[in-house]
Structures are given as C-alpha cells and as structure tokens.
Design a protein. Structure first.
Length: 654
C-alpha cells in the first residue's frame, strides 16, 4: 500500500471515530443531563393525578357546622384517548349539543395538551353523576370522574359574610405579583367573605397520586407502590363567635326588607350575627348551577350580593346623639345637668330647624334630652364642642371633634375580618372646605349633632360604637373568627388587642349610659324592653334623600336602632337599619329587641311571639321592587339549608 493510501485510511478512521464520539456524547446528554425528554417519556407512561383536599369546616360559637363539605365530581377528559365513544349519549347526559362537546375537547387540548387530563364538565349534578357513573365504560379511556369537595351550608344563611369559592381565573393565574403562585388551572379559591380572608387557612394542601399507564394509556395502578405519592392535607377549621340561631332568626325577620343587622359581644368583639337584607341561600353558589345563579344574583335589582352591614353607609339620625353627648361631656362644654330651652325647634343659626317636641322641659338635662331625642339640644352641644375656645377656632374644634369620631372607629375602616368594608364619611375639615369652599362655621353643619348632614356610617360602625359605650371606653376590633384549629400563627393577634378610646372619663360614659337606659324605660324605645333585663338603646329616624332626574327627592325615612344589654356587664351590642321603613320604633326596635332577648334568655317570651310574627310577615318592598326582583323565586328552589327551618320551628314553638 502506498504512503498516500495509508494517510487516507487514517483520515477516514478519525472521521468515523469522531462521529461515534459525537453520537455517544449526544446520547449521554439526552439521557443523563437533559431531563426534558425523560419527563415527556414519563408523562406518556405515568398519570399524575391531583387529589383535592377538603377545605376547613366553619363552626359557630356552639360547635355547629355552618359551612362544611360535600363530595361532587368533575368529568375529566384526556383528548388523545377520546376515540369511538357514544358522543350523542354523553351530550344527552350533559345536556349539551355536539358542537359544544367538540368545543370543550378543543379547549382541553389547548389548555393542557392532548395527553393530559383536563376538566370537561365541573361539579356535576347528582343526576348527571349517577347517569355517567352507570355508563363510564362507554366513555373510557378518554373520560374519568374525579371527586371534588364542595361547600354546603346546612342552615342556608350567612351568604354575605361566609363567602363562596370558585375556580381560579386566568387573570389570577397571570398575576405577576406571585400572590397566586401556589395555584394551578382547575383549583378553587375563596372569592368573598371568610372564604377569601382565611383562604390560606381553609384551602389545605393538594395531594398528588402517580399511576402507571399501559400502552393504551389506561391507568393500571400506583407507580412503585405509591412511594412518590403525597397525601392531601385538609384545611384547618374556623371557630366563629357567630350564634347561628340569631343569624337564622335575623335573616327571617329581614326577609322582604332592605337593611342590615349587626350584633357584637362587647366583651370580646366577636360578631354574633351579621344580616344583610335581602339575602340569599348560600347553597345557590355551590354546585353545578353556581355560575348561572351568580349571574342572576349580581344583576338582581335588590342587590343581594351587597353586604349592607359593612358596605352601605347611612345617616345615623338620632342614634348618633349619644356620641354627640359623650364628646360634649368629655370636652367639658356641658355637664350632665346641662339643659336647653327648646320650644319646638332650633333658631340660633339664623334659620329655624324644627324639633319633634315642644313640651317644656323635654331637654332639661342630658338624660332627658336623650330620652326625648331632642334635636335642638344635640345640635347646640355639637356647636359648643367645635366652637370650644380652647381649640383656637372652629376649624381646629371640628378637627378635634372628628378625632373623637375616628378614635371610635367612625369615618374609617375598623378592620373586620371580611373584605370590602366601607369607611363611611365624617365631616372633617377637608370635606368641609370642599363643600363650603373654605367658608364655614359651626352652623354650617349643625345637623351632624343630630346625626344628619355630612355624616354617613355603616351598621358595623354603629354596633362597634355601642360596644365602646357599653364597655365605658374600650373595644376589640369586631371579628368573626375566635380561633383556628391546630394553628400557632399570629393571624388573630390583632383581634385580641384591647383598644381604649382616648381619655374620655367614666363619668361621661355613665351619663350617656343612664340616658340610653331612660330611652328604653320611658323614652322613644319602650318597645325594646325585655322583662328582667336592663336594656340601653337609642332610636333613629334618618332622613333619606336621593337625586332623581337632577332633582333632590325626599324618600321615606330609614328606621334605626342601636343599643346594648344588660346595662351593666353587657353581653350584646346591636345596630339595626331598615331602609325606607319610617320611624325607628316601627321595625328596628322590635327586631333588635327580639334578637337581644333570644341571645340573653335563649327563648322568646310568649307575650313577644305576636311581635315576632309581625316582623316575620312585614314586607317593606315596593310593588316595583317585587316585580323586578328574581330573588324570591331563586330562594324558593329547594337547596340544602334545612337546618335553618328546624331552628325557626323551635323558636316559634311549632
């Protein structure tokens, strides 16, 4: 062989060796270093199945489950395995057309790919589930049923604060803040109420199960005996201050009325009941008809999704007078014996504002003025407070007056443990300057002394103010959750901290408390009396004006009542607002009194049963509202709130 041929042979050998080395290196990289293709191979051989945990259960103060879980099923599809099935029969069971069937298959293919399971039909009704379960052999291996825990509400109440859960939205998943990084498509999340506030507590932890698939993509059992599986961890349970008996009774009495009720335990800040009327059965937002029902509720004319207890603000009317008196007493501009010569109105501001009383002596002192609810008296002492010379001018006095209100949780969010709380409005100097273009004095807003004018408060704020007066100067932030099972975090710490209201003296509080007791024993709230219990309270009839077609129109007044009981060592503080219902004594007083009696005595006396029956039957809706609203027909559907009916039968003695 020539030298030239030997050289050519070496070159060919080196080329072949180099090629082999490149192939070996590439194989090593693909099989050892790069994990992408290994994962794809595993995906073809293994099925990753998500096990959804049970959400935490919510109990009332007596350990009764007010929100629990029931099992429903999702129908899952793996698009590549959908072959030779009876499409027409499945469409018949699911009550959809073939066009919709094909659309859902395409959506599943786009969302998770052709080889991964995706939700085809969520939260099947029991009837659909039963039919599918009987016929699943006709739809395999492309379809499977996966259990999903969903919420149920045995008492059928509390919708506005318990909240609801729903599948996480694409918008949430696309949130770049990382807030929803632990979620994936198909997960459910708390959208409103306690479900939202305590989502991280209630949600639990998903489990994962790995199954081996055969060459036809059919599950054959656990991978390696389940050593790679992780168990689902149930969410933690919440223990509420809520009294479910009060909640059921309150919602029944507010049926056919617009307004709200808030009752709080003054000694703990625990919310005993929160009613927003009109409301709806929370079971409407659980299960396969959730989306349809939600659409109806969101668009209904009576706004049942609005939690009026924390989201609606009203002129407090005469229920604000105890606060006006308290500030004036603490500032020292009056004493408990201070009287005002009211002769049917107030005329010291250049215009005559009528009072509801003209008899001599009805405002002879603080207690009498509260008992008779004298408008003139409280307008005047408001003016004395903001014109107090020690503040160096009315604007400074107004700022100091608002400082008192803010310390009592008025005109700001108190911090209740459900979302969307409104702050209300108080006439601070910025607002006064804006409304009156910088030129104003104590006469400009004298009506706030009697709870009107530039002042609107939420029922929650009014109830909390009653806690402050009942406790003679302190409160806890109102809250639902008293404890969380097996939880060592500080999530509830802020609700255990006592808040004192500035420096207001005990003598000032006692004068107001005595006056509120007189309101019930001999004043405008005599209907609030409970045999054997000293009740303190204040009625309110708040003017209700609205702008209609560019004109200010006077509507029917709101009916209000605030109070607490017993007078000493109080156990319950309450605020009731019934919109467009007239005098406070007409509806708000009896509703509040019945709830206080039920809570304090665990019964309703026989002589009060007719009053209860009257409140249950009363309907303040206008005919126009009745005609437009779909709420009654929606609530008449037979859902799972049967326990609420049991409570009412017991209360009524049926």
């Amino acid at each position: 062989m020539s030298v030239f041929n030997q050289s050519r042979k070496r070159v060919i050998q080196f080329i072949m060796l180099g090629t082999v080395l490149v192939i070996v290196a590439r194989l090593f990289f693909l099989q050892v270093v790069e994990t992408k293709y290994s994962k794809l191979a595993d995906a073809n051989a293994h099925l990753r199945k998500v096990i959804y945990p049970s959400r935490g259960i919510v109990y009332d103060r007596h350990g009764r489950a007010v929100m629990r879980n029931e099992a429903l099923y999702d129908l899952m599809v793996t698009p590549i395995n959908v072959k030779n099935i009876d499409t027409a029969y499945m469409c018949e069971i699911l009550e959809i057309e073939k066009k919709e069937f094909l659309r859902r298959i395409q959506v599943a293919r786009n969302r998770e790919g052709p080889r991964r399971p995706s939700v085809f039909a969520s939260l099947l009704s029991p009837d659909m589930y039963g039919k599918l379960q009987e016929s699943m052999y006709l739809f395999q291996p492309g379809f499977e049923l996966v259990q999903r825990p969903v919420r149920s509400y045995p008492y059928g109440v509390g919708a506005n604060f318990l909240g609801y859960i729903s599948e996480i939205t694409p918008g949430m998943l696309g949130d770049t803040s990382g807030k929803y990084s632990g979620y994936q498509q198909g997960d459910y999340i708390g959208m409103t109420g306690l479900e939202r506030t305590y989502e991280d507590i209630l949600m639990g932890q998903r489990g994962i199960q790995y199954l081996v698939k055969d060459n036809l993509n059919r599950p054959q059992g656990s991978l390696e005996g389940g050593i790679f599986d992780t168990a689902a961890v149930a969410g933690k349970n919440l223990r509420l201050a809520l009294d479910i008996d009060l909640q059921v009774l309150g919602e029944k009495m507010m049926a056919g009325k617009i307004g709200s009720i808030v009752a709080i335990d003054p000694q703990t800040g625990g919310i005993l009941t929160m009613v927003s009327g009109p409301t709806f059965d929370p079971n409407l937002l659980s299960g396969s008809y959730r989306a349809k029902n939600l659409g109806i509720l969101f668009t209904d004319t009576v706004k049942p999704m609005l939690n009026r207890a924390i989201q609606s603000a009203y002129p407090p009317g005469s229920t604000f007078k105890p606060i006006t008196g308290l500030i004036a007493l603490d500032e020292g501009v009056i004493t408990p014996s201070f009287g005002f010569p009211c002769h049917g109105g107030y005329g010291l501001c250049g215009r005559f504002s009528r009072c509801t009383h003209s008899n001599p002596g009805h405002a002879a002192n603080m207690r009498t003025a509260l008992a008779n609810s004298c408008n003139s008296y409280f307008m005047h002492i408001y003016r004395l407070s903001v014109d107090n010379k020690k503040w160096g001018g009315t604007k400074n006095g107004q700022a100091k007056w608002v400082e008192y209100l803010k310390a009592m949780g008025l005109g700001r969010r108190i911090g209740v443990d459900i979302p969307s709380e409104a702050p209300g409005v108080v006439p601070d100097t910025a607002r006064m300057n804006r409304v009156y273009r910088g030129v104003w004095n104590s006469c400009s807003e004298m009506y706030v002394g009697m709870g009107q004018g530039q002042l609107i408060l939420t029922p929650m704020q009014l109830a909390n103010a009653m806690c402050i007066i009942a406790n003679r100067g302190w409160y806890y932030i109102p809250h639902f959750v008293e404890s969380i099972d097996s939880d060592n975090s500080d999530k509830l710490k802020k609700y255990k901290e006592k808040h004192s209201v500035a420096h207001i003296s005990n003598d000032a509080f006692q004068s107001v408390v005595d006056g509120m007791h007189d309101v019930v024993t001999s004043g405008t709230a005599r209907k609030a009396q409970i045999e054997g219990i000293e009740v303190c309270g204040k009625t309110g009839t708040a003017e209700n004006n609205a702008v209609v077609a560019g004109k200010l129109v006077k509507l029917k007044d709101h009916s209000l009542f605030v109070g607490f009981a017993p007078k000493d060592n109080p156990k319950i503080a309450i605020a009731v607002v019934v919109e467009n219902a007239g005098f406070g004594s007409t509806y708000a007083v009896p509703i509040a009194s019945i709830l206080m009696e039920k809570y304090l005595t665990d019964t309703i006396s026989a002589k009060r049963k007719p009053v209860l029956e009257q409140m249950l039957a009363a309907n303040t809706f206008s005919q126009e509202i009745k005609n437009k609203s779909k709420l009654d027909s929606l609530n008449s559907v037979n859902y799972a709130g049967a326990e609420g009916a049991v409570i009412m039968r017991k209360i009524l003695g049926h």
